[in-house]
Design a protein around this ligand. Structure first.
Ligand code: FAD
Length: 466
């Protein structure tokens, strides 16, 4: 057997000093020869653990084998059997925690770059300009309403339409895509790519009604009068706050608002686009996940001289992907670790001018297994800022549970579902993705979408009783 390279085939990237001045994508993708070289690092294991490590069970071994033989068309067909959003997952999935974590090559060397290869195939197909539309089964005459056009809803819609059901999607925003369009910034996930994936849904014959807030324009009960089943994939869009003094001052955003303005509404192109954003020279983002990284990196692209990320634990405990932390630091984001805001202070016009933090130390592990941050008494300090972004988490919006009888929710506001079918407590209503799990990942939402599609199909085709 030929000796394999110990490291992943590197992927070209925009240099940090250039990319902080634009919104273009940071990693530039593999060329065909780079992809083939990387695919040849795969051992083609008899029992591929990578497939078990993937929440949607993509046949990773086979699609990589096709790449190594330069059979890219066959590779993308294999990949799309299980994943209809490969260009997106190849870019934003936490592969290091899933398929790549269990890759046998990774025991002694760097694992095979599965995510990069997934992205390569999807980009290759798009560049050919020829997207294969799968054949649909004969119409069943059944209709399903899908509420929310994020990764969960998109997956359910695509799987059910292929089985011959009529699908209507209802999306609150003016663009479908969920967090993929309003949250994750252009420099990590170009919107062009998301729109191409949405086009694919439309080509499958799915109707998408935008600017359509279920719970206000129409209720779930009214949808049930017209549809055989309803799927709720409404995400977790309600931001959490720190609940410290001064948090409602001018110049303080939730991460949702900040990123929605910057991404979906293109505030960085104001006044060409109508939505403004307060840019700020010294921007403090609070949090340590992917959302916080996206905010801190967006602040630099909006022109901040200093973008400071305040996180209450140490770097090793940050929930953000390693790659995102690495990119953020390369671009100049300052990590203010083991610190937590205790208050925000205002100038005389009620604009934020300082954040007061308390220093933290790490104590015993908490329920998440991570060491608990403990405030050090009397160790407060202040930093001058002119914008703050709070990126400490989200929960589901209560609108639908509040306007629908019989939908059970947990104490965290997530909709309670059956894990095998995604059934809720209300007959005919299914739910999945962030609305059921709380804020998680794209691939987890898609995994839930797959389970939901099977559950809904069995229910409406009367294969299983409710
Ligand atoms: P969403 O994507 O939230 O979609 C829900 C949709 O429902 C939205 O379009 C919303 O407008 C719509 N909706 C809500 N209420 C209603 C209503 N009443 N009527 C009609 N429509 C409604 N995950 C990763 O895997 N990797 C990453 O790098 C990553 N980065 C992230 C960065 C940011 C800034 C954020 C916010 C999240 C990130 N995530 C990442 C998490 C990931 O995006 C989510 O877990 C995933 O999008 C959840 O999918 P979903 O379909 O459940 O919900």
């Amino acid at each position: 057997m030929a000796k394999i390279s110990p490291e992943k085939t590197p992927m070209r990237e925009q240099p940090p000093n250039e990319r902080v001045k634009n919104y273009d994508e940071v990693p530039l993708g593999y060329s065909p020869s780079e992809a083939v070289a990387e695919a040849k690092r795969c051992l083609q294991c008899k029992k591929p653990l990578c497939i078990e490590g993937c929440p949607v069970e993509i046949d990773i071994r086979s699609f990589i084998d096709f790449i190594s033989q330069k059979k890219f068309q066959e590779g993308i067909i294999k990949l799309k059997e299980k994943n209809i959003l490969p260009a997106i997952c190849g870019r934003v999935c936490p592969q290091e925690e899933q398929c790549e974590k269990v890759c046998i090559v990774g025991k002694k060397n760097e694992p095979v770059a599965i995510g990069r290869l997934e992205r390569f195939l999807a980009d290759w197909e798009r560049e050919q300009g020829k997207i294969e539309i799968p054949t649909k089964l004969k119409s069943t005459g059944k209709k399903v309403a899908i509420v929310g056009a994020g990764p969960a809803g998109i997956t359910v819609a695509a799987d059910l339409v292929k089985l011959g059901h009529k699908i209507d999607m209802f999306e609150a925003l003016h663009q479908p895509g969920g967090v993929l369009v309003y949250g994750i910034p252009e420099f990590r996930l170009p919107k062009e790519i998301v729109f191409k994936e949405i086009d694919y849904l439309k080509k499958l014959g799915i109707n998408i009604y935008t600017d359509y807030v279920v719970g206000m324009i129409i209720s779930v009960d009214e949808l049930l009068e017209e549809y055989d089943a309803v799927f709720l994939g409404t995400g977790a869009g309600l931001p959490w706050f720190l609940e410290v003094p001064g948090e409602n001052l001018n110049g303080i955003y939730s991460a949702n608002e900040y990123l929605t303005r910057a991404n979906l509404m293109k505030a960085y192109l104001f006044p060409k686009y109508k939505t403004p954003i307060i840019k700020g020279n010294r921007v403090a983002t609070v949090g340590g996940g992917n959302v916080a990284m996206d905010c801190a990196r967006t602040a630099l692209r909006l022109g901040a001289e200093k973008s400071i990320l305040i996180y209450r634990r140490a770097k090793e405990q940050m929930p953000a992907r390693d790659e995102e932390i690495h990119h953020a630091e390369e671009e100049g984001v300052i990590l203010q670790l083991l610190s937590n805001p205790a208050a925000f202070h205002a100038d005389r016009n009620n604009w934020v001018k300082e954040v007061e933090c308390v220093r933290m130390k790490l104590g015993e592990p908490d329920s998440s297994g991570r060491r608990r941050p403990v405030p050090i008494e009397g160790a407060n300090f202040r930093m001058p800022i002119d914008v703050a972004v709070i990126a400490i988490g989200n929960s589901p919006n209560p609108l639908i549970p509040n306007t629908t009888a019989d939908i059970e929710v947990s104490k965290w506001g997530t909709i309670i579902t059956d894990e095998h079918s995604t059934k809720t407590s209300k007959k005919g209503v299914f739910a999945g993705g962030d609305v059921a799990t709380g804020a998680a990942t794209v691939i987890m939402a898609m995994g839930a979408g797959k389970v939901a599609a099977r559950g809904i199909h069995d229910y409406i085709m009367k294969k299983k009783p409710w």
